[in-house]
Design a protein around this ligand. Structure first.
Ligand SMILES: NC(=O)c1ccc[n+]([C@@H]2O[C@H](COP(=O)([O-])OP(=O)(O)OC[C@H]3O[C@@H](n4cnc5c(N)ncnc54)[C@H](OP(=O)(O)O)[C@@H]3O)[C@@H](O)[C@H]2O)c1
Length: 314
């Protein structure tokens, strides 16, 4: 096995931590890109100790801050010549929070963390990715995007810079779904854009996974109760870490790009039906991607915003 260099964001808890251990124990070079070095020390030790070759690093990264992303990427490039795998796993989902929050760059915090941060990570790392033989990017999305089976549901694009922060109802849960749908749309477009560089870009549509206590504490009481009720029916983080590993290393995915992939490592097709029982069946199967994900106009708008926000603003 030729060891790959792998960056995993948000690798101190949950799926990210399980994935760091999975890649490390298989002998790959793992960079755990975490917001707090102090809080990530335990997870780092676990991943490091599981590595037969001890090639695990812990680096500071706040994905909601463009400056932090720039600093991380430039430091990564001084330490590493190439990158094989980038997993955009970190996410903001403090469900139930009513307060509209802005990132250090003045962008709604959910979108800054879940959409535009991953976009900038890819932009700044695509040169080192392109140097590796088989570069793969995996973006962590969610089954929450199934809400877009509702034809009225659209991404709230006009409120990402605090335009209506004091006057419009705000829900982190809704913004979370919007931000992950936007990430999925960017995944499809990036796959096209970076085909010539040989970079494969896919998204994994994650179902309910056991949520870390630390994450639950950040949610409002009602969401915490819902999460606790769902825990016994949720998958273990290790189960999704296995999916991350398979999608990013297996021969099966060597030529797959621009796809949404489910927990069984199957490519998910686009929904075909607009109404009736057929549409309900597609929705309830959780195996089809809502048609909105392929909306060219919305995708272009999100792409333009990602470029303007992350590349032009300093
Ligand atoms: N759990 C589920 O049921 C579920 C369902 C669908 C999709 N997903 C997706 O799966 C991925 C992993 O989720 P999880 O369940 O493993 O959650 P988790 O245990 O809460 O992990 C989230 C990670 O993201 C990190 N993070 C958040 N904001 C960050 C920032 N600004 N900069 C850097 N890191 C940041 C957190 O670090 P801190 O400790 O510093 O906060 C944490 O390490 C996420 O993309 C999530 O949206 C999860």
């Amino acid at each position: 096995m030729i060891p790959k260099t792998v960056i995993i964001t948000g690798a101190n808890t949950g799926i990210g931590k399980a994935a760091a251990i999975k890649f490390a124990s298989a002998g790959h070079k793992v960079v755990m890109a975490c917001r707090s070095i102090e809080r990530s020390q335990e997870a780092f030790n676990e991943a490091f100790n599981s590595s037969p070759v001890k090639t695990v690093e812990l680096m500071q990264l706040d994905v909601s801050s463009f400056d932090s992303i720039r600093k991380f990427c430039s430091e990564f490039k001084t330490r590493h010549k190439k990158l094989n795998v980038l997993i955009n796993n970190a996410a903001f989902f403090e469900h139930g929070k009513k307060l509209y929050q802005l990132s250090p760059d003045g962008i709604e915090l959910t979108f800054a963390t879940n959409t535009f941060g991953p976009f900038l990570m890819i932009e700044l790392l695509k040169d080192v990715l392109a140097l590796s033989g088989d570069p793969r990017i995996l973006n962590a999305c969610t089954e929450n995007i199934m809400h877009f089976f509702d034809p009225k549901r659209k991404i709230e694009l006009d409120n990402l810079r605090g335009e209506y922060k004091d006057t419009r109802k705000y829900s982190v849960y809704k913004m979370y779904g919007d931000s992950k749908m936007a990430l999925l749309m960017l995944t499809f477009k990036m796959a096209e854009e970076y085909k010539s560089l040989g970079i494969k870009v896919n998204a994994i549509i994650i179902p309910g996974v056991k949520i870390a206590i630390e994450t639950m504490r950040k949610m409002s009481l009602s969401y915490r109760i819902i999460a606790m009720i769902k825990q016994p029916f949720s998958l273990m983080p290790e189960r999704l870490a296995d999916c991350y590993y398979h999608i990013c290393t297996s021969d099966e995915f060597v030529n797959i790009t621009g796809q949404a992939i489910n927990k069984h490592n199957h490519v998910m097709p686009a929904a075909q039906h607009d109404k009736g029982l057929a549409k309900t069946k597609e929705l309830l199967s959780f195996n089809y991607i809502p048609k909105y994900a392929y909306d060219k106009e919305a995708t272009e708008k999100i792409w333009d915003m990602a470029v303007i926000f992350s590349l032009n603003i300093r």
